[in-house]
Design a protein. Structure first.
Length: 510
């Protein structure tokens, strides 16, 4: 049996997903499981080794997190990171202390032995520390293989048991040889096979779906975004026109978006029905100014329309969704506050008679989804699309939404997109858009007094949308944007640039 998987046991550290990513980048499949998962529930057949992540607790705390102790009897190599190191040392009879001072950030590391874990690593290098607790007495059977100024025991090993552990974070880019250390563990110590590639993933997924669901009818709601497009394309390559897609135009899309997205879907051979409900949505939004209320109205009506259309089609047993790995992880943990309302993980719509969900991208990170998309021949413009919120331009018009305000947002947004692309910045910026504000300002246009609205430009850089910085747009670009928007779009009196980071601001204004 092939050993081609690493299980990462999550003790709640900040970098848990990053460890999974680093292993996958080597070409080895890795998955994150809750640290308390019983060994009996782990799929161990193909597992080559385990990694125990960091976490915020102290092993000396009452009720501190621990794994099923049977992981130590599996005969599989184990690597502990940060809390993982402390946990292993504690488990094997060593002790942990909480010194006055912690160690945070870039720190010089001295390697003390020729451990397999540190093969090819110089005696001194920089690693990333983020800890307070440290090892006091080493557990029997273990030896120290590295130290830092403040952590006399910064890495340990017990080669007979194939257990290794480091106090620092090799998964963080600031650890100079971090990836090498992880590769030493995954490729040399566990000898995991490298067979994880996105092309293979796509082809395997298509044949699995074909085998399991051929002949079944399925429905998929398309949003114009990357995830639903890739999910639908994968499924349609497996079951063809038995997949019926529905694309609801709620009238809150960007300029020409409905047409261009439909064009792409057709090129991809998707069987899509366009349902234009723009007028209904605008009617429902009349007189509504509260952002949450607007979101609810749009979200609820969207579901209603989708359900109605799905019923019309009839006979579909399965619902296809573009759920991706970060959505699964976020909903699996007790992290309700970070889950966004649009994430519809693992749940079936209440009023529909589906037998089940098909979520072909559940194991993938966003950049992996993009690679799968490219390997399926989905155009780059679609694959590299910036995120777009479900409620669309409805939350980019502050207060009541009207056709005329939507026109202003659409036109200014189109100018922004065009100029950012001309400047070659479209790949560097996470998200960029304009916001219609209800502020009216006085100006002078062609010798006449004008009294028009303020448009705000928002452009942010980010890795995951959880934290963002305002993008440092070049000044000449900002000047072009301001002059084009005021000259070309009726109703724009002034243009401002939003430099708020998140937190405390959010990306969207509403
Ligand atoms: P915020 O504004 O919370 O946005 O910083 C974070 C990311 O989520 C997107 N967003 C949404 N996406 N439905 C969605 O599908 C929503 O209701 C929604 N609200 C915000 C936002 O564009 C950004 O990428």
């Amino acid at each position: 049996m092939k050993k081609n998987k690493i299980i990462v046991l999550n003790f709640g550290g900040q970098y848990d997903q990053l460890i999974v990513r680093r292993v996958r980048e080597m070409g080895v499949y890795a998955e994150l499981l809750d640290c308390t998962t019983p060994v009996g529930e782990m799929e161990l057949e193909n597992t080559a080794g385990l990694i125990l992540t960091g976490g915020p607790q102290s092993v000396n705390d009452e009720n501190s997190l621990s794994a099923d102790d049977a992981i130590f009897d599996l005969g599989l190599p184990i690597l502990g990171i940060c809390y993982g190191l402390q946990y292993i040392n504690h488990r094997f009879g060593g002790s942990i202390e909480t010194p006055d001072k912690g160690e945070y950030g870039k720190t010089p590391l001295n390697v003390d032995s020729s451990s397999e874990l540190f093969q090819g690593i110089p005696e001194e290098s920089i690693i990333w520390m983020n800890h307070r607790d440290r090892i006091k007495d080493l557990a029997d059977g273990f030896s120290t293989i590295a130290h830092t100024a403040n952590a006399p025991v910064a890495a340990i090993e017990n080669p007979d048991k194939e257990i290794y552990a480091v106090q620092f974070h090799p998964e963080v880019v600031h650890s100079q040889y971090g990836q090498q250390i992880l590769e030493n563990f995954v490729l040399k110590i566990t000898k995991a096979e490298k067979d994880w590639s996105m092309e293979d993933f796509a082809q395997e997924k298509i044949s699995q779906i074909k085998e399991k669901y051929e002949g079944e009818k399925m429905i998929c709601g398309l949003s114009g975004g990357v995830d639903s497009t890739v999910a639908a394309t994968l499924v349609s390559r497996a079951i063809g026109d038995k997949l019926q897609c529905i694309f609801v135009d709620h009238g809150l899309l960007r300029k020409d978006e409905a047409n261009s997205v439909m064009e792409t879907y057709k090129q991809l051979g998707l069987n899509v029905k366009l349902v234009d409900k723009s007028e209904e949505f605008l009617d429902l939004l009349k007189g509504v100014t509260d952002p949450e209320e607007k979101r609810k109205i749009i979200g609820n009506h969207f579901v209603e329309v989708f359900e109605e259309e799905a019923k019309k089609i009839g006979g579909a047993k399965y619902l296809v969704q573009g759920t991706i790995y970060p959505d699964v992880i976020e909903s699996g943990k007790d992290k309700a506050s970070v889950i966004k309302s649009h994430h519809n993980v693992g749940g079936l719509p209440e009023n529909m008679d589906f037998v089940g969900l098909v979520e072909p991208l559940r194991e993938l990170f966003k950049d992996e989804v993009r690679k799968v998309g490219s390997s399926l021949g989905i155009p780059e413009d679609m694959v590299q699309r910036q995120p777009f919120p479900g409620p669309g331009l409805g939350i980019r018009v502050i207060g009541e939404v009207t056709e005329d305000k939507l026109r202003i947002v659409r036109e200014t947004d189109a100018i922004l997109r065009e100029e950012i692309k001309n400047y070659g910045l479209n790949r560097d910026i996470w998200q960029y858009f304009t916001v219609w504000t209800p502020i009216k300002t006085v100006g002078v246009k062609g010798d006449k007094r004008s009294y028009d609205n303020v448009i705000a430009i928002r452009a942010v850089t980010s890795i995951d949308a959880m934290t963002v910085e305002a993008a440092e747009l070049p000044y000449d670009l900002l000047q072009t944007l301001s002059s084009r928007m005021i000259n070309e779009v009726e109703g724009v009196g002034r243009v401002v640039y939003d430099i708020t980071s998140k937190p405390p601001g959010t990306i969207e204004w509403e």
